[in-house]
Design a binder for this molecule. Structure first.
Ligand code: PGA
Length: 267
């Protein structure tokens, strides 16, 4: 059994509406409380911004220690940044975990490694009135299909990790989670094979060890993401070095998300 506690996140992306978001949160919470999954797996949900407060209420109402997460934020504290959302606002809504650099932010919205590094440093440096420990930051990395075919998987992951974690202190690394999400596997129904995932995760851990030392390389959780579903989750999560997953499409179905979380129990 790994010493790293697995973490499974449900990234709802730009889906749900006010009613269905609260309903999904209630169902996920009831399912996970019933089967006791939360005692051995950290679980987070990342709803759209407008539904954060109601989703948080639904989770608390069900007595479920599920982390409330945000899909993005801006690194400045406040001010004239039209359309942006600050970490302080997220803390005010009960958020304790944030995604940084999801592939849709990198490749659809055009966020750069430099911008993402500012976000990582802001998240790890911010105080959080909802959670004395501060924010947990999930840095997402992964190669495109062209990069994989050119044999660049490991170099792309290494570059994104080194750039994203530049200036992070060893102490702050306890609040960093890496999500390895090959871009070609996201939302496509194509998943990395368990062996592909194992290899990429091992390389990511080598990079972390090189940057922060072996103990931190060993302690940091690395999730897999990209078309994870109830049928393939346990095979992926059983791989050494794969500490749970970041789930998109399948996290919108409470029963399937519950089955995925169960796939991470006992590893
Ligand atoms: P998917 O998305 O599970 O729908 O492939 C994963 C993600 O984008 O985090």
């Amino acid at each position: 059994m790994s010493t790293r506690r697995p973490i499974v996140g449900g990234n709802w992306k730009m889906n749900t509406d006010r009613e269905s978001a609260a309903g999904l949160a209630r169902q996920v919470a009831a399912d996970l409380v019933r089967d006791g999954a939360l005692s051995s797996v950290d679980v987070a949900v990342f709803p759209p911004f407008p539904y954060l407060v109601e989703v948080g209420q639904a989770l608390r109402g069900a007595g479920a220690a599920i982390l409330l997460g945000a899909q993005d934020f801006y690194f400045e504290k406040n001010g004239a940044f039209t359309g942006e959302v600050s970490l302080e606002m997220l803390a005010d809504c009960g958020v304790s975990i944030v995604l940084v650099g999801h592939s849709e932010r990198r490749h659809v919205i055009g966020e750069t490694d430099q911008l993402l590094n500012r976000k990582v440093l802001a998240a790890l440096g911010a105080t959080n009135k909802a959670n004395a420990a501060g924010f947990t930051c999930v840095l997402c990395v992964g190669e495109t299909l062209a990069q994989r075919e050119a044999g660049e998987t490991n170099t792309v992951n290494e570059r994104q990790i080194r750039a994203g974690l530049k200036g992070v202190s060893p102490e702050q690394m306890s609040r960093v989670v890496i999500a390895y999400e090959p871009v070609w596997a996201i939302g496509t129904g194509r998943t990395a094979t368990p062996a592909d995932a194992r290899e990429a995760h091992a390389n990511i851990r080598r990079v972390l060890a090189d940057m922060f030392g072996d103990a931190i390389g060993d302690r940091t959780r690395v999730q897999y993401g990209g078309s994870v579903n109830a049928s393939n989750a346990s095979g992926l999560f059983a791989q050494p070095g794969v500490d749970g997953g970041l789930i998109g499409g399948a996290s919108l179905k409470a029963a399937e998300f519950g089955a995925i979380v169960r796939g991470a129990m006992g590893r």
